[in-house]
Design a protein around this ligand. Sequence first.
Ligand code: NAD
Ligand code: MG
Ligand code: MG
Ligand code: MG
Ligand code: MG
Length: 347
Amino acid sequence: MTNDTPFDSNVYYEDDADTAQILEKTVAVLGYGSQGHAHAQNLAESGVDVVVGLREDSSSRSAAEADGLDVETPAEAVAQADVVSVLVPDTVQPDVYENAIEPNLDPGDTLQFAHGFNIHYNQIRPPEDVDVTMVAPKSPGHLVRRNYENDEGTPGLLAVYQDTTGTATEEALAYAATIGCARAGVVETTFREETETDLFGEQAVLCGGVTSLVKQAYETLVEAGYSPEMAYFECLNELKLIVDLMYEGGLGEMWDSVSDTAEYGGLTQGDVVVDEHARENMEQVLEQVQDGTFAREWIAENQAGRPSYTQLREAERTHEIEQVGEELRALFAWAEEEADEETEAVT
Ligand code: NAD
Ligand code: MG
Ligand code: MG
Ligand code: MG
Ligand code: MG
């Protein structure tokens, strides 16, 4: 364990991991999507005994088999395993848990997650005699896989919700090491912290905040008579350049790279646009994450067959900025390669 850093959290690296804690075990990876395919292949190449759990009719079966992995039904995979890595979509996890996982768990097995939602909001209630852990790479699965293949790491989070064996942390760290996360650093957190910050971040900034900012700025320009093309470039396209600078060197590198005029205007007008009302709204969004209001709403929405979600998706898809963007991107070859690589969500 290493904490000679300015951080509150423990940060673990490869030297802290005893990979025997996972190399001696059989890991069932349920799901072969973004995270599943990366975890399964990285674990297997690190020498872990891996069995992929997929439904008989799953379209992912042929991919997992082509990658040289053993594929069983989720129930059979769990029955063979010591560690069950739950990498099916969060919304189907409770159902998979009830039907395939719970009946096949042995005392001392581990339930391993990549996101805390179902445990934190009690949608999955594990028995007391299993370990419950989380290793969450902070990156989409294709990067977890690519970084591993290039002998590079992907930063990740580690949390232990339930430690019945006394070795839950060591085993989770070994899992993190064998999927490549410990090469870059594994930050210790809790299921609560990971779940609440993940939901808040995607709602307030990454997915919600930023898209609303883009759409409302676009509409403001177009309604004032400016051309949709100019509005698209200024309010959406250039965002990537700004985010790349922030990603590389924080806000400072971005401010250093833009013109003094852009910097002065940004520093004076940013808080005018995202003002104290926005801040109060953010606090309300956070409260609804913390008190479970958002989780209850999302669970009910799924149970009802996603009526509002479907409408919201359609409205977003048909927003004018999407049509303008599609036409403009078709004129410029630069967007294509990048779009292919970056379609998977990080959240
Ligand atoms: P995904 O949607 O990419 O893949 C889901 C997989 O589960 C697919 O192989 C699908 O065939 C399979 N599946 C779907 N329904 C199933 C069912 N009923 N029974 C069995 N298999 C079924 O999922 P993902 O994005 O990899 O997410 C998996 C977990 O990882 C989630 O907990 C998510 O929050 C977490 N996570 C995802 C990312 C990311 O970048 N995608 C990052 C960090 C954590
Ligand atoms: Mg078992
Ligand atoms: Mg400009
Ligand atoms: Mg996230
Ligand atoms: Mg998320």
